[in-house]
Design a protein around this ligand. Structure first.
Ligand code: DGL
Length: 252
């Protein structure tokens, strides 16, 4: 059990940011990543479709013998997390917008939440917002998903997008920013250069803690061994694996 790999899934490239952090935090683990790039983005799809696509990918990873599953996609976790946790024979953890930490750090100022349309509309986020961070301002940002899918992590296009979305607030009014989509984590260095000093929360640390505790409890945490990551995708674009490897190696 300890030596079995851990499955990590996303609609496409975004979850590679989570995989990057997982590899660093758990160097002895082997990971199998599946990006459903052929069907990305998930954000504009109805919840039933996101559930079906996520379940299909989860099954592919189960068939590869994974000992646990990380849903490295806020959208997939919001739509399908509960279902997969109830149905799958292995532990399932998932990333969600970190409203609790953002609220604690915001000192009563605005909390801006960038996420997909689906994440912002689904009950997981709506309930968390009501309970933990009613001051949150929800900003759908599907454009950023496609930029990251194309490998655009800096420059005029994402910078203009952020400047436009942040225009209504002076920097002093913003207490925290939540990146509620794993694709956006690749744009964090750019965002922080636009609003330096504003704390940015991406929900990755909580999911790593959750995974570590879950594996420890099950006696399934790998403490020795080489570790590594295998990258799989549903897309047959010729350069896709090279783009995945480049993102996984990006400075975060
Ligand atoms: N990486 C995604 C997330 O965390 C999904 C983006 C998309 O496919 O629309 O929400």
């Amino acid at each position: 059990m300890q030596s079995a790999p851990i499955g990590v899934l996303d609609s496409g490239m975004g979850g590679l940011s989570v995989l990057h952090a997982l590899k660093r935090a758990m160097p002895h683990e082997r990971f199998i990543y599946f990006g459903d790039n052929a069907n990305a983005p998930y954000g504009p799809r109805p919840p039933e479709e996101i559930r079906a696509l996520t379940s299909r990918t989860a099954q592919k990873l189960i068939d590869r013998g994974v000992k646990a599953l990380v849903i490295a996609c806020n959208t997939a976790n919001s739509a399908a997390g509960e279902l997969l946790r109830a149905r799958l024979p292995i532990p399932v953890v998932g990333v969600e917008p970190d409203l609790a930490d953002a609220h604690d750090r915001a000192n009563g100022k605005r909390v801006l939440v960038f996420a997909t349309q689906a994440t912002l509309a689904l009950p997981l986020y709506r309930d968390m917002r009501r309970r933990l961070c009613p001051e949150a301002i929800s900003i759908p940002a599907p454009e950023l998903v496609m930029m990251v899918e194309r490998g655009v992590l800096s420059g005029e296009e994402p910078e203009a997008f952020f400047r436009e979305k942040l225009r209504p607030w002076a920097a002093e009014e913003i207490g925290a920013i939540v990146l509620g989509c794993t694709h956006f984590i690749f744009l964090r260095p750019l965002l922080s250069s636009i609003v330096p000093g504003v704390p940015v929360f991406d929900g990755v640390e909580p999911v790593i803690d959750d995974l570590r505790e879950t594996l420890l409890r099950a006696g399934a945490l790998s403490q020795t061994g080489e570790g590594g990551a295998e990258l799989l995708t549903s897309s047959d674009e010729p350069d896709i694996r090279a783009r995945m490897r480049a993102l996984l190696a990006a400075e975060l």
